[in-house]
Design a protein around this ligand. Structure first.
Ligand SMILES: [Zn+2]
Ligand SMILES: [Zn+2]
Length: 137
């Protein structure tokens, strides 16, 4: 998969900014219509860096913002490091295992809730019994 799917991008927590440094260290900046949004000299400085070290800085003249995924550190969507697609591919490839894991964890949570509810019910009964005994004496 070359690009993450719309479904993954919609489900996951994403943000966007005019300048984003990906978890891999690669800085992306979106210059489309953003002349007024950069600090003075910032865009020129970034373009200069992109010219000198294109492997570390990439201008996106067609984009008005860069989107990134929150997976610990921010991962730029569409970055050449492809960490975004690695996450989606991992989740999709192991969806059965992940589903089984989530269901097992949810079951543990439900058992804990059920146990707590039983304890609360017992406390209620105890309280009712105490009140009744108190009234009887
Ligand atoms: Zn990149
Ligand atoms: Zn990257």
């Amino acid at each position: 998969m070359l690009n993450i799917s719309d479904e993954f991008q919609a489900a996951w927590n994403t943000s966007s900014s005019i300048v984003v440094t990906c978890a891999c260290g690669h800085t992306h900046f979106a210059s489309f219509g953003n002349n007024g949004n950069f600090d003075e000299g910032e865009l020129e400085g970034l373009c200069e860096k992109a010219f000198r070290s294109p492997a570390d800085y990439t201008e996106h003249p067609d984009l008005s913002y860069v989107t990134y995924l929150h997976v610990g550190k921010g991962i730029v969507v569409g970055c050449a490091c492809q960490q975004d697609t690695k996450y989606e591919n991992f989740i999709w490839l192991y969806r059965n295992e992940i589903t089984a894991y989530l269901m097992a964890r949810n079951k543990v949570d439900m058992e804990t809730v059920t146990h707590l509810n039983e304890q609360l019910k017992q406390l209620d009964e105890l309280h009712a019994l105490q009140t009744k005994l108190h009234l009887d004496t």
